[in-house]
Write a new protein. Structure first.
Length: 493
């Protein structure tokens, strides 16, 4: 399809979509009037321009948050809960608008964008329910010297830095617990996908969120804007989803003021298939864990390890499925794989595959860019016979490339799975309950999927260990990240 034909068939952005900064409960232009273009990755063309926030704008967002911080913290939990619940309902009602925006600015197919709307909205509903369950405890001191009272209080002003790959859900799972706990929050979305977060800010305003509680500051000067906010003593917590390298820099900055941090960083997820697995189920799981979101997910199956006795059959059938995937603009019917976010990421994927080929890997299907539309597309790919020196064995692919490696024993599989500095998600397929329990315990990661290729759930804690970060998002654990614990000592009754 030509670029012109692709552009003609692209749906329009929703009417009234905010493209200015969102500060103090309303849109406003950036200081100095700067703006940057948002690109449609399926066409390479400009979708629209968005206000380019400056350090001054970020500090203005902090001023707005400071003005309402005490009032919002004192707002009854039930009132905060009802606002979150209303926001959930509005996001759900506006599902097609959110899905269209995500597909146009991020590149994923509409079906997956609609899935993200449902998933992202669920964090708002979940934390609306958690808001009224923030509690504490009381006890008599064992020595009889007094009463122990433990309370939970909001940490204060928060900063959320969100990525481009899940532009709604990565925001709602930070915003939801912050608002539920009584914190104000400023969001710095990725400059690749700012429109989804601006639409969410408008939706929160429509749900009745008081001005200043939530601000959104898109910016191409991310490093300067974030550094300025983190240097301000009013900021009490930072939540970041993104690369391990940037996460380490933010933790170092936070150390200066001992700000609370939550870090959801890079992944290198192993996907283990044992010879007693249900291969049909394992193939379904591999397609979901590898190709969902175009492989652009920190939880994506990055290293597929298959027991050698079933490796040939598994790889052949996986190749058949991957080769049958239709690639194209995410809004078109029948498309299974959309565009890659930008040229930088496309080049990274291509470089990993080319390096693996240089080291002798077999390209069973794909292995090439797809040219012609003006956008950023890579053919869904399966690699086999991958040398240990190939970078793809140790690098996060973040694309539609399945790298298959064989193993012989359970111990070897676990060793391969753990041979990485990362520890976010892992997957294993086996029909043996005993093996599932053994391997799940031994794998070094914050999340393990047993006979499941998709594990994210708003009701479950999401987070990693090792260089994949720390802190939990989602579940009952998620709101604790936004609460301080206070102990009050009373004399004996």
């Amino acid at each position: 399809m030509s670029r012109e034909e692709t552009v003609k068939t692209a749906p329009p952005l929703p009417d009234g979509l905010p493209t200015d900064l969102w500060i103090g409960g309303a849109p406003r232009a950036a200081t100095g009037g700067g703006a940057f273009d948002v690109i449609n990755p399926a066409t390479g063309s400009v979708l629209t321009s968005v206000a380019d926030g400056t350090v001054e704008d970020a500090l203005a967002a902090m001023d707005a948050a400071e003005k309402v911080a005490g009032q919002w913290a004192a707002t009854p939990p039930r009132v905060r809960a009802e606002i979150l619940r209303k926001a959930f309902e509005l996001v759900t009602e506006r599902s097609e608008d959110f899905a269209t925006v995500m597909t146009l600015e991020m590149g994923k197919i509409l079906a997956e964008s609609r899935g993200e709307v449902a998933y992202g909205a669920e964090f708002l509903r979940w934390f609306s329910e958690e808001a009224v369950r923030i509690g504490g405890r009381t006890a008599t001191a064992p020595a009889g010297t007094g009463e122990i009272v433990v309370t939970k209080e909001p940490v204060g002003m928060c900063l959320a830095v969100t990525p481009w790959n899940f532009p709604l859900a990565m925001g709602t799972r930070k915003i939801g617990p912050a608002l539920a706990s009584g914190c104000t929050i400023i969001v710095k979305p990725s400059e690749d996908t700012p429109l989804t977060m601006l639409l969410l800010a408008q939706t929160f305003a429509d749900a009745g969120l008081p001005p200043g509680v939530l601000s959104v500051v898109p910016s191409t000067a991310s490093k300067d804007v974030v550094a300025a906010m983190m240097a301000d003593p009013r900021l009490k917590k930072v939540s970041f989803t993104g690369s391990t390298g940037v996460g380490k820099e933010l933790v170092a900055q936070a150390a200066g003021r001992l700000q609370r941090t939550s870090m959801e960083l890079g992944g290198n997820a192993p996907f283990l298939v044992f010879d007693d697995a249900d291969l049909d189920a394992a193939l379904d799981g591999a397609m979901a864990a590898k190709m969902r979101n175009g492989g652009e997910a920190c939880t994506a199956a990055n290293r597929i390890y298959v027991q050698n006795s079933v490796r040939e059959e598994f790889t052949r059938r996986l190749t058949e499925r991957v080769a049958a995937m239709t690639v194209g603009p995410g809004w078109q019917d029948g498309v299974a794989l959309g565009a890659i976010i930008n040229e930088r990421q496309l080049s990274s994927i291509a470089g990993l595959v080319d390096d693996a080929r240089t080291h002798g890997a077999r390209i069973l299907t794909g292995g090439t860019r797809i040219e012609g539309s003006g956008g950023f597309f890579y053919a869904p790919t399966v690699l086999d016979d991958i040398d240990v020196k190939a970078r793809i064995r140790s690098s996060e692919i973040f694309g539609p490339v399945a790298a298959v490696v064989g193993f012989d024993t359970e111990d070897e599989a676990v060793a391969l799975a753990n041979d990485t500095p990362y520890g976010l998600a892992s997957y294993l397929y086996t029909e043996s309950l005993a093996r599932a329990q053994r391997v799940a315990r031994r794998i070094e990661s914050g999340m393990v999927g047993v006979n499941r290729g998709v594990i994210s759930d708003a009701a479950a804690p999401f987070g990693g260990i090792k260089e994949s970060g720390f802190g939990s998002e989602g579940g009952s654990e998620g709101i604790e990240e936004y609460l301080n614990t206070k102990y009050i000592a009373y004399p004996p009754a």
